[in-house]
Design a protein around this ligand. Structure first.
Ligand SMILES: Nc1ncnc2c1ncn2[C@@H]1O[C@H](COP(=O)(O)OP(=O)(O)OP(=O)(O)O)[C@@H](O)[C@H]1O
Length: 269
């Protein structure tokens, strides 16, 4: 009998020929990218190059005009963001989206409700299951708060925390849904150099210990160089380069795009 060729494991995320226009502006033009399982892929480019639009397309906040998205091999192009979240996709936001008057722990518990299996009817008819699930959610929140070294802040309102601590809360909140792909939108924005170091260590551990894949949009090149297995570069909505971080940042086409945008001064942190 002929040897059976093993099926290759599907990448966690495939974006194929994605285009998105806003009126006359082509924000993302025919961009393809792949995030393999357990990989950290960087998405970089000067201001206005289409990174946020691409993130919103990946997570389902925006729909592409053309192209296809696959998640774990399944076509998800038309799926709304809540369905992608249920399927295992989490995201963090450039401008933090936490509930500032709620405690750190409450922020984590609230995040989990999209994945709660118990409906209101369950709560009445299957009270025991609902209670068990609630206990499991609280236990997960406590474990994650410990993992992110946020235990002591659990009862405090988010508004009492520094930006660096709030960024950690946002990561912990994203982890509540046990994602397989975490899309991080500028996690280092506004962080001091020691906090950037801490963030780099934590993101690497998130990948290694939870086995997740990460799509990382970031302006701080140190973060990109230290973390990314590969990098995709956008300029004016077009993919102009991809490859290993060391090679990509030296690529004359990439350097030219950044210098042309006046970005270099801002991003050399
Ligand atoms: N909702 C929108 N309506 C109209 N134009 C938009 C919209 N969102 C983005 N754009 C345009 O699409 C292009 C890409 O913007 P986008 O925010 O995706 O870039 P970016 O690389 O994330 O920029 P930055 O690094 O500054 O966050 C820009 O020309 C922007 O003005």
């Amino acid at each position: 009998m002929d040897k059976v060729t093993p099926l290759l494991e599907a990448p966690i995320l495939e974006a194929k020929n994605i285009t998105r226009r806003f009126g006359g502006v082509v924000a993302v033009s025919d961009v393809s990218l792949t995030v393999g399982k357990g990989r950290i892929v960087g998405l970089i480019g000067p201001n206005g190059s289409g990174k946020s639009t691409m993130v919103n397309l990946v997570t389902g906040e925006l729909k592409p005009d053309l192209g296809e998205f696959r998640f774990n091999g399944e076509v998800i192009t038309g799926e709304p963001s809540y369905k992608r979240a249920r399927a295992g996709m989490a995201r963090s936001f450039q401008m933090l989206r936490l509930f500032h008057s709620l405690s750190v722990e409450e922020n984590l518990l609230l995040a989990h409700h999209i994945r709660m299996k118990s409906s209101l009817i369950d709560t009445v008819t299957l009270r025991r299951r609902a209670i068990e699930e609630e206990q499991a959610v609280r236990a997960r929140a406590r474990e994650l708060l410990a993992w992110f070294d946020l235990e002591k802040f659990a009862p405090h309102p988010v508004s009492a925390l520094s930006i660096g601590q709030q960024r950690m809360v946002e990561l912990a909140r994203g982890m509540m849904s046990e994602p397989t792909l975490f899309v991080l939108d500028e996690p280092a924005a506004g962080l001091s150099p020691p906090n950037v170091d801490r963030l780099i260590t934590l993101i690497r551990r998130m990948r290694d210990e939870f086995g997740m894949s990460i799509l990382l949009v970031e302006h701080v090149m140190r973060v990109v160089r230290d973390l990314c297995d590969e990098v995709v570069v956008l300029d004016s909505g077009v993919k102009i380069a991809e490859g290993l971080p060391e090679a990509v940042v030296k690529d004359p086409v990439v350097v030219e795009a950044y210098i042309g945008s006046g970005w270099k001064r801002r991003a050399q942190a």
